[in-house]
Design a protein around this ligand. Sequence first.
Ligand code: ADP
Ligand code: MG
Length: 484
Amino acid sequence: MGKVLIVDDNADLVSSLKAVLEGPTARFDVVTASHGAEALKIAARQGFDVAIVDVKLPDASGVDLIQPLRERAPLSEVVLITGFASVDAAIAALRSGAFAFVLKSFRPEELISTVEQALTKVQLKREREELERRYRALVELTDVLVVGLDDRDCVGLFNPKASAVTKVAADQALGRRFLESWIPLEDQSRMKDAIALARATGGREVETGFTDARRRVRWHLSWAPEDVGRGMVYGIGIDVTERRALERRAGEAEAMSAMGTLAMNLAHEIRNPLNAAVLQLNLMNRQVDKLDAEPEIRAALHKRAEIVGDEIGRLNRLLTEFLELAKPRGIAREPVHVAALVGSVLDLELDTARERGISVKRELATDGCVAIGDREKLKQVVINLVVNAIEAMKNGGTLTAKVTSQPEHVTIAICDTGPGIEPQFLPSVFDPFFTTKEAGTGLGLSIVRKIVDQHSGEVRIESERGKGTRVVVAIPTGRGATTT
Ligand code: ADP
Ligand code: MG
């Protein structure tokens, strides 16, 4: 039911108009005003859809009332009525935005029909406004990238998500060449072809890098020939970086397990001769002591033996860690008190830390920090992270271990004030055998990731050059609704 406001100082006319419009079935909801000021007050207070306004009012001209009335009731329409016909008046009225101009000698059906038409227009405008609002909200709030490209592949639309990813505000992005600005060189021609195909066929899908080659975005391109100028190609982009990384990791895991058995046997085979070598080395050391030779020569021989011993030690460590990584054994699922576990690892490493001038800070919340998992394996995770932190702080510093609990996860954060990780190394630190240390095995973080994956947890590493590194591990508590 439309809301109609009648503005006229002729009380008889107003009441007959009201009767006509309300009719026997109350088709319209009618309010009345006898002069301009009252009309504006009503409009501001309760709004209206269509106003029927007399051109000649005691305090104003109906024509002058059109703008202020419509400002108070957005998307409304005004129908002017007048007792005398004048072409000039009609033109002036329509110019100032009246929907129609009706002579007072009208028949009731005529007026009803005009008001109905005005109402239809109002409703259409409201619907369009609502659709536009929803569309805008969708584009603004959505978590996908939305960009519009004009016929020269320049940006005509750039949603907040696109701004967030590119760190370029929408108004800065408008007009810029899309491909050259944000698509990595190696993907530019593929993207260009896809856009051309979208123009030719209506739609196209393509996956490219975005802002840098590592971020993968799957684009759904569609062609809107009617839009702005010579049409727009809209690209809706979904960030698939994480999905691709997961797929890659699944692939790695597969390759790993195929190689695993073979390599594990090999590792075991290497261990025996290594143990034999250590034994021989010890015997040799003892014989050197008994040797009838100069002390310097004996010392030199001992030194050599020590180097061989250290190298064998390194090989042994490599084998142990490798076997840990390759072992296909499943994990236990028991309640693990994470704060206590982290505390015990810190106790274990305290002396080493002190020797290196590192102070250890514990921020271990105890309430509710129980995760479901394998105590020994989780301990291994913490040891590997703490050892890395200690090894990073060659000139002392602070190691902070934090344990906090959320409903679905227990979070462990191991932070150091070491030199941080070079940005170009950051993507590789979890790769098996990646190390920047002279005697490193490069398996510590691979083991961390494997164990965290087995727990359906997450591990994240944040590092700032010169400031330090922070590794955050989240292990599900098994209490949440989702534990992905
Ligand atoms: P490893 O410790 O044997 O080198 P990891 O897998 O534990 O193997 O670590 C891989 C690499 O990641 C290290 O060599 C180092 O470059 C880097 N890294 C790991 N943790 C830290 C840290 N806390 N600070 C600086 N670099 C780190
Ligand atoms: Mg390590």
